[in-house]
Design a protein around this ligand. Sequence first.
Ligand code: NAP
Length: 307
Amino acid sequence: GVLGSGDFARSLAIRLVCSGFKVVVGSRNPKRKAGLFPSAAEVTFQAEAVKKTDIIFVAVFREHYSTLCDLADVLAGKILVDVSNNTEINHHKESNAEYLASLFPACTVVKGFNVISAWTLQSGARDGNKQVLICSNNQEAKRIVAEIAQVMGFTPVDMGCMSSACEIENIPLRLLPAWKIPIFLALGLFLCFFTYNLVRQVIHPYIREQKNKFYKIPIEVVNTTLPCVAYVMLSLVYLPGVLAASSQLYYGTKYRRFPDWLDQWLQHRKQIGLLSFFCAALHAVYSLCLPMRRSHRYLLIETAVKQ
Ligand code: NAP
């Protein structure tokens, strides 16, 4: 069963029907919304839909949960899947799923599917995120929802009990998690090397010999800076591994926890490596630009000499 007839409810119903489930949609206005759903899905009033099914996806915003309270009697004993997201990290004191559970104490609430977008649901699990993070205080309900996710082509990930709901709800709001430190590191390194190369290649010749080499700033200075950043970042990918191995050899065990800073560093290696590759790729592009510029200048001079 699906409560709601918005974007998410529609995509969910389509995917469920495609995966071989019988779907009943509960809407406040079934007549108007029926045309938006596949013909195999039954679109009816909320109370009617709830009576016909034991597992109900609540595809309604948190703000409107209280309007479902009239259905409390028919919902009793059923599994409610909370798919909602917030607009801000830690927006409310309690997670949406815990709030739903407090409104319907006679139901079993499972948090899940919120990290999947309506678009991914419609296009199937081919594109985008395939993992569906699930949590609940009821093991059996969690198993049933995980099985549904699996049949739909997703990979269920057990996140434990309901106290994890807040963490799961925050996930879609995090932009590029684990990239912040590597990006700042790359920018910091770039700034340091750029300043050094600027002084060496442009400012120093200008002060010492009055040579104007400011034209070098956009391409040549940047191009000398990029490989420096790429090399240092690449070494920062391998260095924590060496430190971790040394620590294990020193303590004679691999079961001792690494210090927090080393642990964090080890976890960011992929991002640092990718940024290093990005700088190296940019260096390749810049290096191609240089001979193109020189060849253009050569052609110009040659034409002038011929004339
Ligand atoms: P939506 O298009 O605005 O649909 C919300 C639906 O809630 C409406 O179509 C309405 O259906 C129903 N509803 C029930 N009681 C209501 C009330 N009192 N006032 C207003 N509407 C009421 O939103 P959506 O994008 O489908 O999102 C639904 C839920 O899924 C949200 O909690 C959202 O965080 C979550 N979600 C969405 C996405 C996504 O990609 N869109 C992804 C992950 C999670 P009826 O008029 O038929 O009753």
